[in-house]
Design a protein around this ligand. Structure first.
Ligand SMILES: [Cu+2]
Length: 190
């Protein structure tokens, strides 16, 4: 039977309009998680997969993987630590004026978009181990702790793998953050 059998057409339209208006806030409520207002710590919104660390005897190395954000807001990693390295920097790879690939500290850290992912790869963004405390042997594991800009932290374990490619120069961060040839140190893997 027609749903507006006992209502004049105008009243039926008003009623349907009122129901539609009422439905909108209900839907919004159902769709918004606590994360909408940042109530979920970044460490609980972001996970890492396919993580690994490059094997090295001494000096420098790097960690890679896929950072996945399941939350409704972008999340930012601002620093990292590991028992394997005395110092760690968050690096990006840039092309300098000579067309040479070089890496340097990434200003603002690693941002993972809402419901998106950020890939850490040789030749791209990576977690740079600046000062290894000992050899990183193929097949062993080490842990890395990430700190987000909300202060939350997450720790993951990564396997050490052989990797020979991507030997970029290092451009230490300095005032202005611009790459310039004079700042280069001898090439190392990143
Ligand atoms: Cu690097």
């Amino acid at each position: 039977m027609p749903d507006n059998l006992f209502l004049p057409p105008r009243a039926a339209r008003l009623l349907r309009g009122a129901l539609a208006a009422a439905a909108v806030p209900l839907l919004l409520t159902a769709c918004s998680s606590a994360d909408k207002t940042g109530d979920v710590a970044s460490a609980d919104a972001v996970t890492i997969s396919d993580q690994w660390v490059k094997a090295a005897d001494s000096g420098m190395s790097a960690a890679f993987g896929d950072l996945i954000n399941s939350g409704d807001t972008p999340r930012t990693i601002v620093s990292a630590t590991s028992p394997a390295s005395g110092r760690i920097e968050l690096h990006e790879v840039v092309v300098d004026a000579n067309g040479t690939k070089a890496m340097r500290p990434k200003r603002g850290g690693f941002v993972i978009p809402a419901h998106g992912r950020t890939q850490l790869r040789p030749g791209g963004d990576h977690i740079m181990f600046m000062d290894l405390r000992g050899p990183l042997r193929t097949g062993s594991e080490t842990s890395v702790t990430l700190t987000f800009d909300d202060g939350s932290t997450t720790t993951f374990t990564a396997q050490v793998r052989d990797f020979a490619g991507n030997q970029e120069n290092y451009l230490p961060d300095h005032a202005g953050g611009e790459a310039h040839a004079g700042a280069q140190t001898p090439a190392h893997g990143g």
